[in-house]
Design a protein around this ligand. Structure first.
Ligand code: NDP
Ligand code: PYR
Ligand code: MG
Length: 588
């Protein structure tokens, strides 16, 4: 029986493919490549003069000192003034604040990233609360929708069906060799905005800029990738500015084979320890990809696992405000896809570990509503596999308000991707049933949030503990200011990624996600609780990420999945010292 490529392990596929298999053992994959393999003619050169100023990794603009200008043939290419990086930062922040349209800020920041990488990251690190909504949700969503129109300089790697059979060669076109993290999307479920095809590239680019700014991973170790297998978005297919393949999406075996070639090429090119983060795939592929590659690659699905870890962290922290254990709660989700079932599963696992009850039992405290109503046992046969564990005994319930009234949840979580679905009636019912209802409107971007912060606070008369996927401004209600927290996986993936990299992890396990949740929850202080927060503010995110990284690394060592030996004595210090600093370097 001949196996299809998708069923074969990577090694077998590589052996079967001329030009992508065998013989590679050195770090560049060139010296021992067989004669029929294509290799890249690498050149190492020292940038100077005009080319130095055009290289975003080394450019410092007006901050080149007179000595550097002299030594590197820059004299005359810059006006005479020498500015410090701090002054450059102040000037750019001043300029950014002049833009009233968020997308203008986004393009200005992307231009900066392309022009002067260290200055870009300095801005992001020092002004994280102000700039996160620009490089990330919500503005990145609009940027993806308009990516074709605003497209100037390509960022990241585009791998389309045209490159079938030669993905390894495409990977070798990327100029950096020491890649540690890849964020990859196929653009089919971009935030709550649906299929944006090749224009989903804004998401891997944005996520990786957070890997660097929030988690301290070197920018040169980060690789954003968009897999273009077509799009079913008619508007894009008819858009003359669309940047992707103008064909409908490949599915089934063709899709599986293409993704398999990609995963094999990644491992062959970058080795066992490169972290591949799946991002914004549609759920009909996301769960299968995760389960297929989690035993052979270092893979992580941010929407399923990262979201689960951040929400669990908020719930652990909230125990202190609510005076209840996780097992005391009843959870109801609107949305039973990647985020919803991912979160539900991690909560059930955590309760099971805390109480010793079997996971089949702990799942019974968790209920989900999808587009057809409450998930109940009579629907089981027709449910997708990831919904089936949640099909509990109950009579059918058609909609969310019916489910709230029937289940009486203490925690309501929105993962539907549909805005304004937590109606006044739903939120008021939560407030009637609970002294302090916990309401998380996780869908992104802001337009898709299940309710706004203002709605949550006013409809519960200020009693809600509220968090959202995209940020909301503080809300004044009855003379009091409420600070809504941002429940977003960006609290987790940068620190988790750093922990995996610094320990040399070879696989991701649920226990590492639990460790990340505990570490994040531990950083919520009494002062944060007093302000109604169940997440710490982003201002301190680098320290938060270092603590998460240390906990994840410790768990990786405990599980015997770490390859970076010996284990550092102080993992927090090790994490801090591993972090990229965007401060300019002095050139000899
Ligand atoms: N804050 C964060 O960190 C994160 C937020 N998200 C956000 O969560 C949202 C969902 O993502 P994801 O889970 O990956 O998406 P999926 O497509 O996997 O799941 C969406 C779910 O919502 C259900 N749904 C859709 N419309 C309705 C409706 N009108 N009423 C009830 N249920 C509905 C779908 O039902 P059916 O199955 O019947 O079609 C499906 O179960 C997105 O907006 C995303 O941006 C995602 C990850 C992280
Ligand atoms: C935050 C995120 O990963 C999402 O909305 O898809
Ligand atoms: Mg996502």
């Amino acid at each position: 029986m001949g196996s299809t490529p998708a069923e074969l392990p990577c090694e077998d596929v590589a052996d079967n493919r001329s030009g992508v298999g065998g013989g590679i053992s050195d770090v560049y994959g060139e010296d021992s490549a067989t004669l029929d393999q294509l290799v890249t003619p690498w050149v190492t050169s020292v940038a100077s003069g005009y080319s130095l100023m055009r290289d975003p990794r080394y450019n410092k603009g007006l901050a080149f000192t007179d000595k550097e200008r002299d030594a590197h043939y820059l004299t005359g290419l810059l006006p005479p003034v020498v500015l410090s990086q701090d002054v450059q930062e102040r000037k750019l922040m001043h300029n950014l604040r002049q833009y009233t349209v968020p997308l203008q800020r986004y393009t200005a920041l992307m231009d900066l990233q392309e022009r002067n990488e260290r200055l870009f990251y300095k801005l992001l690190v020092d002004n994280v609360e102000e700039l996160l909504p620009v490089v990330y949700t919500p503005t990145v969503g609009e940027a993806c929708q308009k990516y074709g129109s605003i497209f100037r300089k390509p960022q990241g790697l585009y791998i389309s069906l045209k490159e079938k059979g030669k993905i390894l060669e495409v990977l070798k076109n990327w100029p950096q060799r020491g890649i540690q993290v890849i964020v990859v999307t196929d653009g089919e479920r971009i935030l709550g905005l649906g299929d944006l095809g090749c224009q989903g590239m804004g998401i891997p680019v944005g996520k990786l800029s957070l890997y660097t700014a929030l988690g301290g991973i070197r920018p040169s170790a980060c690789l954003p990738i968009t897999i273009d297998v077509g799009t079913n978005n008619e508007k894009l297919l008819n858009d003359e500015f669309y940047i992707g393949l103008k064909q409908r999406r490949a599915t089934g075996q063709e899709y599986a084979d293409f993704l398999h070639e990609f995963m094999c090429a990644v491992k062959q090119n970058y080795g066992e320890k490169v972290l591949v983060q799946f991002e914004d795939f549609a759920n009909h592929n996301a769960f299968d990809l995760l389960s297929k590659y989690s035993s052979s690659h270092l893979v992580f699905n941010d929407d399923i696992q990262g979201t689960a870890s951040v929400v669990l962290a908020g719930l652990i922290a909230a125990q202190k405000v609510l005076g209840k254990t996780l097992a005391d709660h009843t959870f109801l989700f609107l949305g039973a896809g990647e985020a919803g079932t991912g979160i539900a599963e991690l909560i059930a696992l955590k309760i099971s570990k805390e109480t010793g009850a079997p996971i089949d039992e702990t799942r019974k405290k968790i209920w989900l509503v999808d587009s057809k109503g409450l998930i109940v046992s009579s629907r089981k046969e027709s449910l997708q596999h990831f919904k089936q564990p949640w099909a509990h005994e109950h009579e059918p319930v058609k909609n969310l308000i019916g489910a709230v009234n029937a289940i009486k949840p203490t925690v309501l979580i929105g993962t539907s991707g549909v805005g304004q679905t937590f109606t006044k009636e739903v939120v008021e019912a939560m407030a009637t049933n609970n002294e302090k209802p916990l309401i998380l409107a996780l869908s992104n971007p802001t337009s898709q949030a299940e309710c706004t912060a203002e709605q949550a606070y006013t409809w519960t008369k200020g009693r809600a503990i509220f968090g959202s996927g995209s940020p909301f401004d503080p809300v004044e209600y009855n003379g009091k200011t409420y600070l809504p927290g941002q429940a977003n996986n960006c609290y987790i993936f940068p620190g988790l990624g750093l922990g995996l990299i610094m320990s040399g992890a070879i696989r991701v396990r649920d226990d590492m996600l639990l460790a990340a949740s505990e570490a994040l929850a531990a950083q919520v202080t009494e002062e944060h609780f007093a302000n109604g927060l169940i997440y710490p503010p982003f201002a301190n995110i680098r320290q938060i990420s270092a603590n998460i990284a240390a906990s994840v690394a410790a768990k990786t060592y405990d599980l015997g999945l770490a390859s970076n030996l010996p284990r550092a004595k102080d993992l927090v210090k090790f994490a801090e010292s591993s972090m990229y600093s965007p401060v300019y370097r002095n050139y000899r």
